[in-house]
Write a protein that binds this ligand. Structure first.
Ligand SMILES: *Cc1c(COP(=O)(O)O)cnc(C)c1O
Length: 355
């Protein structure tokens, strides 16, 4: 593997003083990791250098045709002051799968992970120390050809930037209100819904801001064909507890294969819960919530880990889950997963990687 070049900054930024005041994704650390791809050289020039704007050609293919893909993960500080990652190889593997669908080149996953670890080694003082805080990691891959033809790029840039984040929950897990979208769709099977392509997020923005204006914090997407089956929420997968079983929609190409989703499934099974990956209709969700058969609903994703749902609104009708209160299973899964992420509990799965 090519040696990572390190270019030192002449001056460093001031670290945040108030860790509870950090706003997600607004402040960034001193350094970034970059590597480039060309068809002649493959992935090359892994470099850690001062965080700075990129210079791109106005004809850059990413700007015009959206050949752009990202990942989201976190570095956690454990009780001994050590640095931990959670299943990082899975994030880079997912990025390679997405790259293939977007007609990009596969990521050099080994170099990406080595770059991330080297970057964190330099930036570890940026990982906040207060309970629940972390350092958000944003790997990104974009086309670099300056060419207006609708054609896959021959050159790419991969970079990783880091952003310290406050605890997602400051006073315990809080159930959210979810708007079930019945006009717009996010992704259809056969499309790019299973990738973290930039384009999927612009497809969801209008519905997201309309839901916010109506007082809902997130949108729940229905399938693109029948507008009947549950897909996922914003940047989270969704789970229901129905008749004591944990139920979640199957991975059929239109939703993201969340690493938190997979971890929840494995952890729940290890706790003796029955887990079903199967299509769930919005009618079933409403009926089960109304009859009380549904005792819990929650989202899963890197940002919140577990986000309990208190209410769903669909076509002007609102239904509460468990009287709008959080359930025991959501709390238990949250406690178990975060304990593994921060190195507070034994990790029989081998998910938590100490730097
Ligand atoms: C990132 C994301 C998720 C959650 O994935 P994790 O790997 O658990 O963070 C779910 N859905 C969408 C659309 C996402 O972008």
């Amino acid at each position: 593997m090519e040696k990572i070049k390190i270019i030192r900054a002449t001056a460093l930024k001031e670290k945040p003083k108030d860790e509870s005041a950090l706003v997600f994704g607004k402040s960034f650390t001193d350094y970034m990791f970059t590597m480039e791809f060309s068809s002649a050289k493959g992935w090359h020039s892994p470099t850690i250098k001062p965080y700075a704007p990129l210079s791109i050609d106005p004809a850059n293919l990413t700007l015009h045709y959206g050949q752009s893909l990202f990942e989201g993960m976190k570095a956690y500080r454990d009780a001994e002051g050590g640095v931990r990652l959670f299943r990082p190889a899975d994030n880079f593997a997912r990025m390679s799968i997405g790259a293939q669908r977007l007609a990009m080149v596969p990521l050099d996953e080994e170099m990406a992970l080595a770059g991330l670890k080297a970057l964190l080694e330099i930036e570890k003082d940026w990982i906040p120390r207060s309970p629940g805080t972390s350092l958000y990691i944003r790997p990104t891959m974009m086309a670099m050809d300056a060419f207006l033809g609708v054609h896959a790029s021959d050159s790419y840039l991969f970079f990783i930037i880091l952003s310290p984040v406050a605890a997602y929950y400051k006073e315990g897990l809080k159930p959210v209100k979810i708007y079930v979208e019945d006009e717009y769709v996010r992704a259809a099977r056969g499309g790019i819904g299973y990738t973290k392509a930039a384009a999927n997020y612009v497809a969801s923005m209008l519905a997201g801001s309309q839901a916010e204006k109506r007082g809902y914090s997130q949108v729940l997407w229905l399938d693109a064909v029948e507008r009947k089956y549950i897909e996922e929420v914003g940047a989270m997968n969704i789970f229901f507890v129905i008749g004591g079983k944990l139920v979640t929609p199957p991975l059929r190409g239109s939703i993201l294969a969340g690493i938190t989703r997979n971890s929840v499934i494995q952890l729940a099974k290890a706790k003796g819960l029955e887990v079903e990956e199967r299509p769930i209709s919005i009618d079933e969700v409403f009926e089960a919530a109304q009859s009380g058969a549904m005792s819990e609903a929650f989202g899963s994703g890197t940002a919140a880990v577990i986000s309990p749902v208190g209410h769903f609104s669909w076509k002007g009708e609102e239904v509460a889950v468990n009287g709008g209160k959080m359930g025991k299973i959501a709390q238990d899964l949250y406690d178990s997963l975060t304990a593994i992420q921060y190195g507070r509990a034994a990790d029989p799965f081998g998910w938590s990687i100490k730097l």
